[in-house]
Design a protein around this ligand. Structure first.
Ligand code: ZN
Length: 290
């Protein structure tokens, strides 16, 4: 991902009606659109509305990215806000909007309802009922893996293009009590450690709870579909980082039991990640030699 004149090359650009003067961005503020999930709807609204709101980027549920404002120009996404005592965050931040319905309420046993009336199947979308001191109570929709993957591409590109950037935060952090986005299911700490290269607190806990595998252990993947998900953490949260094709043979680096399920940390395509152990068959020594 490369920028030219503050505009990301190779992705959709749609100039927002509302943008401000030049800025030297120091922080990235992450948001939820609190909108319908219809592809393009949130980007259209943030590009053209009469409420004087805009943002630099919008990430669709599919992971598709649209830029609305060049990154050296202010966008109107944070409103009344303060970061470590400094007000008016729009004057020194990049705003990234992630498409999500925002806080929902329970409509029935199996349905959650967004503020604008749309209803979603709780099981199908993995919606969770969570209360935090910052967000209060609500039903919340998880972000998609594609959204998180796009974000994890975009953020390092932004930090490379803008050496003035120092931190990644969320709207609830800079507008406490007034805003709740991003929602409680957003893995902010993991995203920050990924971009800043610190050891992830989750990674550390996983390392302590798992054991190194025997040297030279190889397994053959037998995927339920054509391929098996390679995951960043041994869990089914949105964290898929790759696919291993059925029949591939991969080395095992670590193993452990998490949430009652046996997981293996393997290396595939130069990437380390976790797979569910029951989709991997140990190779016998004979096969190992051949
Ligand atoms: Zn927001």
């Amino acid at each position: 991902m490369d920028f030219q004149d503050g505009i990301l090359q190779g992705v959709a650009f749609r100039r927002a009606k509302w943008s401000g003067g030049p800025i030297v961005p120091e922080i990235v503020i992450l948001h939820d659109t609190a909108s319908r999930l219809t592809p393009g709807a949130a980007a259209r609204d943030l590009a053209d509305n009469d409420r004087k709101v805009s943002a630099h980027f919008v990430i669709e549920r599919s992971g598709a990215l649209t830029q609305l404002v060049p990154i050296h120009q202010a966008a109107y996404h944070a409103g009344q806000s303060s970061y470590h005592g400094r007000e008016k965050c729009n004057e020194y931040s990049i705003g990234v909007e992630i498409v999500n319905p925002g806080r929902m309420t329970r409509f029935s046993v199996c349905e959650a309802q967004a503020w604008y009336g749309e209803r979603f199947d709780i099981d199908e979308l993995g919606i969770q009922e969570v209360t935090t001191p910052e967000h209060g109570h609500g039903l919340w929709m998880p972000y998609t893996e594609s959204q998180l993957n796009t974000l994890l591409d975009l953020l390092p590109a932004l930090f490379r293009a803008m050496p003035s950037l120092k931190d990644i935060t969320a709207h609830w952090y800079v507008s406490p009590g007034r805003k709740t986005d991003t929602n409680p299911l957003f893995p902010l700490e993991q995203v920050r450690s990924h971009v800043f290269g610190r050891e992830d607190p989750v990674d550390k806990a996983v390392k302590i709870a798992s054991q190194p595998a025997h040297a030279d252990d190889l397994v053959m993947i037998h995927a339920p579909e054509d391929s098996l998900n390679l995951r960043r953490w041994p869990s089914f949260n949105p964290n898929v980082i790759g696919q291993i094709p059925d029949g591939a043979v991969v080395p095992v680096l670590r193993e452990g039991v998490f949430d009652g399920r046996h997981w293996l940390r393997v290396l595939y395509g130069g990437r380390e990640g976790w797979i569910v152990a029951r989709y991997a068959d140990p190779l016998t020594e004979q096969e190992n030699l051949s």
